[in-house]
Design a protein around this ligand. Sequence first.
Ligand code: SF4
Length: 359
Amino acid sequence: MVQALPVVSATPEVDQRGRLLELDREALRQWFVEQGQPAFRADQVRKWLFQRRASEFAQMTDLPKAVRDKLTESFTIFSARIVAHQKSQDGTEKLLVGLAGGGEVECVLLRDGSRRSICVSSQVGCAMGCVFCASGLDGVERNLSGGEILEQMLLLQHCLEADQRLSHIVMMGMGEPLANLPNVLMALGQARADDGLGISPRRITISTVGLPPAIDRLGEHGVAYNLAVSLHAPNDALRNQLVPVNDKIGISSLLAAADRYFHTSGRRLTFEYVLLGGVNDSAECADQLATLLRHRGVLLNVIPYNPVAGLPYKTPSGHSIRRFREILEGAGVNLQFRQRKGSEIDAACGQLRRNRVSS
Ligand code: SF4
């Protein structure tokens, strides 16, 4: 099994070759046919790429030398560079990736028991402007291509030991995945393909602040991915402050779209709630949240805030965390408090990039 992490530390020359990761199986088969080669060569290349973790065509030794040379002349496999690689004692690894198409994004590998989960970015920056998030501080620069999203997955797979496999994917890194839905779906299609990473849609979660038309398009797409809705506030006045895009949407239409997705996909919804000390952690907020969620049969993930340098928000006190939990549990809401993994590295969304940009 090929294990070398394809780290490129210097800024590469602009490469005019095509990017292999932008091609799905059919497109690669088509390319081989156009080269006068049998279409099954595409299956050989994909096996090397996804299962044997090759990072260069020269490693694909069951392909004729002339074919490997033609591939090398025509395509790059990994075109991003690893700008920073942080490792936490709990096994969390975080990459800051410099993209060939411009900009930097973060992606994370989390080790939890037998789970090997990855958290991947969908945009450079983010337009949603959540006030407690480092990723949105400078707005959005651009959408990532499908290949750039897939490249993060493969780079994180290279961090794994040879006998381990990625088990879960969460689209919860930098950016709003539903604002870049076609490219996110292209990358996830490769991730779940049997000859790709082979990860079931049941183990893939798309996290969103909640853009109702895009939630409906995701439902119409027909693959039942898990949906996690970042709510963060139980009423519009507070949510408009914390998640400014809510001003144009409103919690009721967001919940209606989430309900429609549940009916279409059959997947239990998750709601995310970042608990900010003194902001959205009051007993009143907990009561209002319970009223919104208690009859919906959803899972509520409460995440005590990870402070971000330069932002005024703080971690909630132990007392307010306990009170919040008791009120929601008392109302019958199914909830979990998420552990902050990788807390000694810059594990909150956008922090590693932000620290580098501002240093
Ligand atoms: S929390 Fe997510 S949606 Fe909000 S600004 Fe940060 S990256 Fe964007």
